[in-house]
Design a protein around this ligand. Structure first.
Ligand code: NAD
Length: 310
């Protein structure tokens, strides 16, 4: 409620604009839905996403459920493979190999994090690059770095779609990315520096060992906060009219919620928003775009199959 009032206040009195993940992700999904219906009408194969969920992690359950629901919304087929927490690596390898060889499956995602006894790198490497809709396989990453067509990791891809939707200028801007994970920070830094739109930024990538973070953030025209520390980016770290993208999703205890927790981003939204030109809210920002981008990747994976020799 407080945030909603703040949105209203800002929309009347500030130049700041909310980057609305709900609106943009819906636009992306609507376009995918139309294209999927056209495939169906033409008697072609429609996209099929297979998700593997291991154990009962509450957040992972929620993410996978919304991915499956979004597949239904746009007319994709989806399969959810649930495996127990204590499974051995061989069982997971077998499940992935089956999906790799199933010609009906276009995209495979293994919801992270994995149980500690299973190597993420081994599992990611096993997914066939043609079905790697999360874009984490070394082949996909290598192609992305070289600017070749490939699957782009869903969160940075969703952010690019958001910047594009709002026609935000990125050329020549200084972008600071906070966080260097393989799924968000590092690919984001590469994509923002590429010779394309959105891109052509001068990028600084910051991490837990960066000494002068505040100083660097104050030089940034665009800040992508992806570190997982709620409210980390404060108003005194952000220059006037910066574009602020909040990737963070952390569950914090909140007795006023039925669930017992609230979702918080990495940005101190209430105090940072009034000085920005654009900012994403949490929830309602990047999270929704991540799912939309995953659907785009899955659609493209299927389209590759549909573009066969006549
Ligand atoms: P991660 O834990 O893998 O990486 C965190 C990064 O932040 C690390 O590179 C670390 O060096 C850096 N970091 C930590 N403390 C720092 C500090 N004090 N100063 C500067 N850098 C610091 O996390 P991740 O998987 O990249 O996720 C980051 C956040 O984004 C989490 O809240 C996660 O839940 C969220 N997330 C959201 C989406 C989405 O769709 N919105 C998708 C993926 C992740």
């Amino acid at each position: 409620m407080v945030i909603e009032v703040k949105y209203l206040f800002c929309s009347y009195f500030c130049a700041m604009q909310i980057l609305d993940g709900k609106i943009v992700s819906q636009a992306v999904k609507d376009a995918i839905k139309i294209k999927t219906a056209a495939l169906k009408n033409a008697g072609k194969k429609t996209p099929h996403l297979a998700a593997i969920l291991i154990g009962n992690n509450g957040a992972s359950e929620t993410y996978v459920a919304s991915k499956v629901k979004s597949c239904e919304e746009v007319g994709f087929k989806s399969s959810l493979i649930r495996l127990p927490d204590n499974l051995d690596e061989v069982a997971l390898v077998t499940a992935i190999e089956q999906l790799n060889s199933d010609s009906d499956v276009d995209g495979i995602l293994v919801q992270l994090p994995l149980p500690k006894h299973i190597s993420e790198a081994t599992i990611i490497n096993l997914i066939h690059p043609d079905k790697d809709v999360d874009g984490f396989h070394p082949m996909s990453v290598g192609k992305m770095v070289q600017g070749l067509p490939t699957f782009i990791p869903a969160t940075p891809y969703g952010i690019l779609l958001m910047l594009q939707h709002y026609n935000i200028e990125t050329k020549g801007k200084h972008a600071v990315v906070i966080g260097r994970s393989n799924i968000v920070g590092r690919p984001m830094s590469i994509l923002l520096s590429r010779n394309a739109y959105p891109g052509n930024c001068t990028v600084t990538i910051c991490h837990s060992h960066t000494k002068n973070l505040k100083e660097l953030c104050l030089q940034a025209d665009i800040i992508v906060a992806a570190l997982g520390i709620p409210g980390f980016l404060k108003a005194d770290m952000v220059k006037e009219n910066a574009v602020v993208i909040d990737v963070g999703i952390t569950r914090v205890p909140d007795d006023s919620k039925k669930s017992g927790f609230a979702i918080k981003g990495d940005v101190d939204f209430i105090n940072v928003a009034p000085n920005c030109s654009y900012i994403t809210p949490v929830p309602g920002g990047v999270g929704l775009m991540t799912i939309a981008a995953l659907l785009m990747n899955t659609y493209n994976a299927c389209e590759q199959k549909n573009i066969g020799p006549n």
